[in-house]
Design a protein around this ligand. Structure first.
Ligand code: SF4
Length: 290
């Protein structure tokens, strides 16, 4: 496979074929993100995509899932995506799940009809980086879209029959904004109703504005126990009737968690409290990763 940079994928795509159809991220300005710094946003040459599909058809015969990298591939033009879905079905008929990243802007850029057509052609799942339900915080970290746009977009994806996974970043508001970040994010998830909420823990990446703020004393990263308290508050602020899978199994997390709301709400909160009290060991700092 031809990869440029280091394509990233959500934890749920660990066993998937990673087909890099574009490089970088059309936004590439989030203050906490160093994933695609130095990489420009552009689609890969058609012959490269074709060669990778050919390679996957020969050597990835046991994989039945495919993830389209890099960031925000839902922003690619509808005709490009529709053609790509058709080619994937032709070359990789055993693929049962096609996933990609989406943003508030790219979700708004596709009509309901286009989303439904992409679903019909094979797209199953969209990962949306909500990060927080706090609009002021999203503006402060230059997220490039509002929580409201992501909530609206997720509702439209669901209406088109697509599976929605929302990613949340604990620690993003620092120590000072933690309570507000937790409260507003729980409320946003209640309205967004993703099928899956994935919680990651902020790690400061050298070279990013947020890392510079931390080294300059303008941002204080919460400690492990505070990160867990924040996660617990987010869960508590999700509507008790809301149904969604909860995952905190990313390499950045201090405590791996998985469950289903509302069924496992109390068990998840108890696991968080056990970790905060020291009864459950946390992942050592040197084993955390992005
Ligand atoms: S967090 Fe997502 S949208 Fe923001 S710069 Fe990174 S890849 Fe792009």
């Amino acid at each position: 496979m031809h990869y440029e940079g280091n394509p990233i994928r959500p934890p749920s795509e660990a066993g998937s074929i990673i087909l890099q159809v574009a490089t970088g991220c059309p936004h590439n300005r989030c203050a906490f993100c160093g994933a695609y710094r130095g990489l420009s946003w552009r689609t890969k040459p058609d012959e490269t995509i074709e060669a990778d599909l050919e390679f996957a058809s020969r050597y990835c015969q046991r994989q039945d899932r495919i993830f389209l990298a890099d960031g925000d591939c839902l922003a690619l033009p509808f005709p490009f995506l529709a053609d790509l879905m058709a080619r994937i079905r032709e070359k990789l008929p055993r693929v049962r799940r096609i996933s990609l990243y989406g943003s508030g802007r790219s979700m708004a850029g596709k009509s309901g009809r286009e989303l439904a057509e992409l679903k019909r052609l094979g797209l199953n799942r969209v990962y949306v980086g909500l990060e927080s339900g706090d609009e002021e915080l999203l503006a402060k970290v230059s997220k490039g879209c509002t929580a409201e746009s992501m909530i609206e977009g997720a509702v439209r994806l669901r209406e088109a029959g697509l599976f929605v996974s929302a990613t949340v970043l604990t620690g993003l508001a620092g120590r000072e904004g933690s309570e507000r970040h937790a409260r507003l994010t729980g409320r946003a998830l209640s309205r967004m109703r993703p099928h899956q909420a994935a919680f990651l823990t902020l790690m400061l990446v050298p070279g990013t504005p947020m890392h510079r703020d931390a080294t300059g004393g303008r941002f204080v990263l919460p400690g492990p126990e505070e990160m867990l308290a924040e996660l617990g508050e987010m869960i508590k602020n999700i509507d008790p009737q809301a149904r969604m899978q909860v995952h905190a199994n990313h390499a950045s997390n201090y405590l791996p968690l998985a469950g289903r709301l509302p069924r496992d709400r109390e068990a998840i909160l108890a696991a968080i409290e056990a970790a905060r009290s020291g009864a459950t060991p946390l992942k050592p700092e040197h084993l955390r990763a992005l």
